[in-house]
Design a protein around this ligand. Structure first.
Ligand SMILES: [Zn+2]
Length: 445
C-alpha cells in the first residue's frame, strides 16, 4: 500500500452519499483512497466535514485594513471551520474590473490561512465589462442596489440595473445582489424623519426596502434570464417571493446569514449598534420564516457577511454608523446551535448533512469551485473536524477578527470546531490554540 501524508481516523464522515464512520486519507493535498499513514489524526467523537465555504466575506483589503485584514480574517475563518472564502468588492479602491481583482489577489498572496475566490463589483459606468468577464477572475458580480459607507458604486436606477442584468446574461455571469431600495428609505425618511436611536434602527431601514428591491430583481431576471443570487434575506416576504419565482422557473436563488437566523429585534434593543445591519435584523416571525427556508431547502447558501467595523465606528449616531458585524468565526457554530435548539429531537446526522449542504456543497456548486464542498476521492483535502456537543461560551478574548468584538459574546454554542485542515495541512487546532502557515491560494474556476 502506498504511504499517505495523513490519515484522519474514526470520525463520522459527512459525504455526498450519507453519513458514516470511517477514515479519510490525504496525500499531496487531496483526498485519496487510503494507505499507510505518516501522521494520524484521531477524529473519534467528531464529525468530519468537507472544509466549510463562506461565500460572503468582507476582508477589507485593500484600503480598510485598520478594521480587518487577511491575517485576522482568515484566522477567524479557520477557528469557525471555514477553509474557503469569497471576498466582496467594496474595498478602497473597489474591485470593479479584472485588473483590480488581480491587484487584490497579489496583495493577499502569502497572508491567508484559507483559500479564496472573488466577487467582482458591477460597475454602473461600465456594465459592458460583465458581458466578457473572464470566469477565472471572479465567481460572480456583486450588485449593490443600495449604498452604505463602504459600498463602491451603487447601481441605483432601473436603466442602469437593466444594463447590468443584460450584460451579465450575455456573459453568463451570475449576479449576487444586495437588494434594498434606497428611494423607498428616502421617501419614508422625508415624511417621518430619520430615527436617531439604534433601537429605532429597523424603522430607519424598514422591510419595504428589500421587498421592493427583490420584486424589481425578479422583473429584471424575467426580462433578461440573468442568474441571480439574492444575498442576506431578512423578511418573510422576500423568502416567499424568491421561492415562488424559482418555482415558476426563474434562475433565482438566495442566501441567509448567520445573524438573521440568530438575532431578532429583541436582541437589537439589547445589543444596540452591534446589530445595526443592512438589511436590518427583523422580527421573530421573519426569523421563523428564514429557518423554514432552511428546513425546506429553499435557501441555497448560508453566509456570514463578515463585515467588521471598529467599535468607535459602530457607536456613531445612527445615520453615520456603518452597518455590519464580524461573523465568519461564529457562522457554523451559531447555525448549528440554532438547529439543535429549534429541532432538538432531529437526528444529528440529518442536521449536520443539512449544514454541509448550505455551507459547503451548494456554495461550491453555485460558484463553480471544483474540488471543493464534497468529501470524496480526488477532492481537495480541506476538512473540518467538528464536535457536535458540549457547551462552549464565546467571550471577547476568543474573537479573532481584527475589530476585536462579536455580537455573539456571551452566547453558549452547542458545538465547536476541533481541527481545521486546508490542503492536508492543519491550519487550526483548538486543543493547542495553534494556527498553521498562511499558504491559502486563489481558487480559480
Ligand atoms: Zn456583505
Amino acid at each position: 500500500m502506498a504511504a499517505v501524508d495523513l490519515l484522519v481516523t474514526g470520525g463520522r464522515l459527512v459525504t455526498p452519499d450519507g453519513v458514516r464512520t470511517g477514515d479519510i486519507a490525504v496525500s499531496g493535498g487531496r483526498i485519496v483512497p487510503g494507505g499507510e499513514a505518516l501522521h494520524v489524526l484521531d477524529a473519534k467523537g467528531a464529525y468530519v466535514l468537507p472544509g466549510l465555504i463562506d461565500s460572503h466575506v468582507h476582508f477589507r483589503t485593500p484600503g480598510l485594513t485598520y478594521k480587518e485584514d487577511w491575517a485576522h480574517g482568515s484566522r477567524a475563518a479557520v477557528v469557525g471551520g471555514v477553509t474557503t472564502v469569497m471576498d466582496m468588492p467594496n474595498t478602497v479602491p473597489p474591485t470593479l474590473s479584472p485588473e483590480a481583482v488581480l491587484a487584490k489577489a497579489a496583495m493577499i498572496d502569502g497572508t491567508s490561512l484559507v483559500d479564496y475566490a472573488f466577487h467582482v463589483g458591477a460597475d454602473p459606468q461600465r456594465p459592458e465589462l460583465l458581458a466578457d468577464l473572464d470566469p477565472g477572475v471572479a465567481v460572480s458580480a456583486k450588485v449593490f442596489m443600495a449604498g452604505h459607507h463602504t459600498a463602491p458604486t451603487v447601481v441605483r436606477d432601473e436603466a442602469q440595473l437593466d444594463k447590468v442584468f443584460a450584460a451579465a446574461a450575455a456573459g453568463g455571469v451570475r449576479l449576487v445582489l444586495h437588494a434594498e431600495d434606497e428611494a423607498v428609505f428616502a421617501l419614508l425618511d422625508r415624511w417621518r424623519g430619520t430615527p436617531e436611536r439604534h433601537r429605532d434602527y429597523e424603522r430607519y431601514r424598514p422591510r419595504t426596502g428589500p421587498i421592493a428591491a427583490v420584486a424589481q430583481v425578479l422583473r429584471l431576471v424575467e426580462r433578461h434570464g440573468t442568474a441571480a443570487h439574492v444575498l442576506h434575506l431578512s423578511t418573510a416576504e422576500e423568502a416567499d417571493l424568491v421561492t415562488a419565482a424559482r418555482f415558476a422557473g426563474l434562475p433565482v436563488t438566495f442566501e441567509v446569514t448567520g445573524h438573521h437566523l440568530s438575532f431578532t429585534d429583541a436582541d437589537t434593543r439589547r445589543l444596540g449598534a452591534r446589530t445595526r445591519l443592512a438589511p436590518a435584523i427583523r422580527q421573530r416571525a421573519d426569523q421563523d420564516r428564514l429557518w423554514e427556508a432552511v428546513w425546506r431547502g429553499e435557501v441555497s447558501t448560508l453566509g456570514s457577511d463578515h463585515a467588521p467595523h471598529t467599535i468607535e465606528e459602530k457607536c456613531r449616531p445612527v445615520p453615520d454608523a456603518p452597518p455590519g458585524l464580524p461573523g465568519v468565526q461564529e457562522l457554523a457554530v451559531a447555525v448549528w446551535t440554532g438547529m439543535r435548539e429549534r429541532l432538538p429531537d432531529e437526528s444529528p446526522d440529518v442536521a449536520i448533512a443539512r449544514l454541509v449542504r448550505y455551507l459547503a456543497e451548494q456554495p461550491a456548486a453555485l460558484f463553480g469551485l471544483r474540488g471543493k464542498g464534497r468529501l470524496e476521492i480526488g477532492a481537495d483535502a480541506d476538512l473540518t473536524v467538528f464536535e457536535p456537543g458540549g457547551r462552549h461560551m464565546l467571550s471577547a478574548r476568543d474573537v479573532r477578527a481584527k475589530c476585536g468584538w462579536s455580537a455573539y459574546e456571551g452566547w453558549t454554542m452547542a458545538g465547536r470546531v476541533r481541527t481545521t485542515i486546508r490542503a492536508g495541512q492543519v491550519v487550526w487546532d483548538a486543543d493547542t490554540g495553534t494556527f498553521g502557515a498562511p499558504t491559502g491560494r486563489w481558487v480559480r474556476r
